[in-house]
Design a protein around this ligand. Sequence first.
Ligand code: 13P
Length: 253
Amino acid sequence: MKPLIAGNWKLNKTVEEAVETAARLKIILQGITDKDILICPPFTALDKVHHVIKGTNILLGAQDVFWEEKGAFTGEVAPEMLKDVGCDYVIIGHSERREYFNESDETVNKKIRSSLADELNVILCVGESLEQRKAGKQETVVEQQLEKGLKGVKKADMKFVTIAYEPIWAISSGNPNHKPATTNDAQEMHKFIRYILNILFDDKTAESTRILYGGSMKPDNVKELMAQPDINGGLVGGASLDAESFAKIVKGF
Ligand code: 13P
C-alpha cells in the first residue's frame, strides 16, 4: 500500500509563511512518487498554497469542515468550498476539535458523510486519552469512535477514507512533554483498527484502508514506526511546520 505522510499545521502560519513553506517543500520533495504527501494549512492559506503546489506531488487538505452545503451557519465552511480552493483531503474528528470544540462522534459522522458525498477524501482521527489508556479502555474507545464515525458509510466509499490513530497522550504540539507511542503499542492498535474495519466492512476493505499514526512522529522515529506492518503513514503536527524536518520524515523510510 502506498504510504501517506500528512502534515497538520494546526493553528500556525500566516498566508505568507504558509506559501513559503509550501514553495520550499515543492522543491525538496520533487520527484517522490512512491509516497503520497499531504499538507493541511489553516483555512486562510488554502487558496494561495493550492496555487503553489498545483500540479506537483503534494496534495492539499483542510483541518475541518461542516456538513451543510450552504446557509445560515456563521463561521462554517462546506466540503464543496474546500474543493473549490483545491483541497483533496479533509481531516475530521481531530482530538483537539473533540476536546476544545465539542466535536462528537455524531458530528464527526455527519462531516464524513457530507465530505464523501462531495468526493472529498477524509482522514478520520481516533485515539484515546491517557486516563482511558490507564483504565485499559483504549480499544473500547477507538472501536466506538470508528463505529459511530463511520456509521452509514458505504463500503464502496471506504476507498476515500483514511484512519489516523492519534493517542492524545502522544501528541507533542501543545504538550512538549508528550512522547510517541512505542512502536509495539502503535502497531497493536493499528492491527486492532484493521480488525474493527473487517467487522464493520469486510476483509478487503480492512486490508486496503490506510491507517496513519500520529503523535510525536519525527525524523528520528519515522523509520521504526513505518516498519510496522499495519502503519501506513503518519499524521504529523509539530514536525511538519518546518519544511526541512517534514521532508526528512517523508524521505526517512
Ligand atoms: P504532533 O506531531 O505535534 O505530536 O501532533 C500530532 C497531531 O496531532 C497531528 O494531527
